[in-house]
Write a protein that binds this ligand. Structure first.
Ligand SMILES: Cc1cc2nc3c(=O)[nH]c(=O)nc-3n(C[C@H](O)[C@H](O)[C@H](O)COP(=O)(O)OP(=O)(O)OC[C@H]3O[C@@H](n4cnc5c(N)ncnc54)[C@H](O)[C@@H]3O)c2cc1C
Length: 476
């Protein structure tokens, strides 16, 4: 038997790298995580980006997928410092005419607030909310025969349609706009097939466990995962950016929390020509322009729900959101971009000095865009919260190039590790019996470029580790 320094090495400490490492370490293996940056976390870091005392989430902010993750919920993360704060209003969606649509944690309260569309909302959401526990692990994993085929089929019939098609269930602009704002998290034109999937998952998450904010910043999720991993005996090394397999200590398996483009650079010479060909064809989607503000008070939204919501979708009507996503995807910078905005400090006083507030937002932009969207984004917020600009004490911006410099996984500003459209939803990064296995023995991909894709849930890392436990370590 060949002696190796570690059973497994994980390159990258995003939520998926951490999840893979924990899954392996829990089985008594020896695992080393190597992180290129000085701080662990990938998309889970928080910092004083604007002014001292204002703590901003650099990447992810709102965590319905983390609190609902079938893997994370098995871990004792609360004993490792993680505390979720759950706003009663998950999301609000204001309109130009001063009206708004609101997603409460309560399914029935939300449905009722949609008036004439109450029944349509319940018909759409009640079955998926109720069926979710039986289908979650299949939806959030590689393509397999589902445990509950009928429930899965019912979910799939809705999820695989385009968001514009499903919007026809609603009569009024409030429900239609609300639905478009949810589905636009898919970061692609809403006429694309399967754009309903993320809208459904986000809405059902709101109605099951809410959309939580980690107390102290999203970095607290990474810190809790890392603390638990270390408590099991795992090792973490930071500040070592991997460019070649030769830099790694010997191990039986290597996990890459990176996207196909980087994987090819680091390990391409080990792969079969067909696998290399597949990875070279992997597609990336739109990028994001990210902004953070330090404010001298809470945002004065014109509507009450938006003033009390953890997340606000800025984008007005379904038609406006459909147009802006279509423009951005075809390389045109929309003048009225759809925006996601989070106001963590309303619920978490650790984020800003007393009486002051933080706001986090991003809009989608063409992949690789270097356009400064700050003026356009602030104008969009002003539509629904007049006086916003006067409240600004400090601002911080990141265009797609700065996003990619910050984290090389954000190719051209794509925050999902590759577009999650119908062509890549099941086969990311390539059509294979296991999407986590590369063509080289012992090398695994564990990032959001594998199923189920982007978001902080750790399920890509968990499934990649489970695959290697069977293949390499013969552990079930
Ligand atoms: C602006 C923004 C907002 C977001 N908002 C949300 C949100 O609100 N909710 C949500 O659920 N998700 C959100 N996301 C998405 C979420 O952050 C990602 O989907 C998630 O972090 C992906 O996890 P990962 O482990 O696959 O990769 P990452 O989190 O990207 O981690 C990869 C890690 O690998 C390291 N690495 C890369 N290459 C190397 C190398 N060669 N050597 C060593 N280390 C390397 C990187 O430094 C990084 O730490 C957001 C992302 C962004 C950018």
């Amino acid at each position: 038997m060949i002696h190796t320094e570690y059973d497994a090495v994980v390159i990258g400490s995003g939520p998926n790298g951490l999840a893979a490492a924990i899954t392996l370490q829990q089985k008594g293996l020896s695992v080393l995580i190597i992180e290129g940056k000085d701080e662990i976390g990938g998309g889970l870091r928080s910092a004083e980006l604007t002014l001292p005392g204002f703590v901003h989430d650099i990447c992810s902010a709102i965590h319905p997928l983390a609190i609902g993750s079938p893997f994370f919920e098995t871990l004792p993360l609360n004993q490792h410092g993680l505390e979720y704060i759950i706003p009663e209003i998950a999301a609000a969606h204001p309109f130009d005419d001063g009206r708004e649509a609101v997603v409460y944690n309560s399914l029935h309260k939300t449905a009722k607030s949609l008036g004439i569309d109450e029944k349509a909302y319940l018909n759409l959401m009640e079955p998926v909310v109720n069926d979710w526990p039986g289908i979650a692990s299949d939806v959030l994993g590689p393509l397999t025969f589902p445990k509950k085929p009928l429930d899965m089929a019912a979910f799939g019939l809705k999820a695989l349609t385009s968001a514009t098609f499903l919007s026809k269930r609603f009569k009024k602009k409030e429900a239609k706009g609300l639905w478009a704002g949810m589905a636009a998290h898919s970061i692609q034109p809403l006429t694309n097939l399967s754009t309903s999937a993320i809208g459904l998952v986000l809405l059902l998450s709101a109605h099951r466990k809410g959309w939580p904010i980690p107390k102290g910043g999203s970095a607290q999720i990474a810190k809790a995962l890392a603390s638990y991993f270390l408590s099991l005996g795992g090792k973490i090394e930071t500040g070592r950016f991997v460019t070649s397999l030769d830099q790694l200590p010997s191990s039986k398996a290597v996990f890459f929390d990176v996207t196909p483009r980087q994987l090819l650079k680091i390990a391409g010479h080990k792969f079969s020509s067909i696998y290399k060909w597949q990875l070279e064809r992997y597609r990336y989607g739109m990028g994001v322009f990210k902004m953070d503000w330090a404010l001298d008070g809470p945002v004065n939204f014109k509507t009450e729900g938006a003033s009390r919501a953890g997340t606000v979708h800025i984008g007005n009507t379904l038609e406006e959101i459909v147009l802006s996503e279509k423009e951005m995807a075809s390389g045109i910078h929309s003048e009225k971009p759809y925006m996601l905005l989070a106001q963590q400090s309303l619920f978490d006083p650790t984020r800003a000095p007393e009486g002051k507030h933080t706001v986090w937002a991003y809009c989608h932009v063409p992949n690789g865009s270097t356009k400064d969207m700050s003026g356009i984004m602030e104008k969009q917020i002003e539509r629904f919260a007049p006086g916003f600009r006067d409240q600004i004490l400090g601002r911080h911006t990141m265009n797609t190039a700065e996003m990619e410099t910050y984290n090389p996984n954000y190719i051209g500003g794509d925050i999902n590790g590759g577009i999650i459209d119908i062509g890549q939803i099941f086969t990311r990064p390539a059509l294979r019996s296991s999407p986590y296995r590369t063509s080289a023995k012992g090398l695994y991909l564990c990032s959001s470029s594998t199923p189920p894709g982007g978001g902080v849930h750790g399920m890509c890392g968990y499934h990649a580790a489970k695959r290697a436990l069977k293949d390499v370590f013969k552990i079930r």
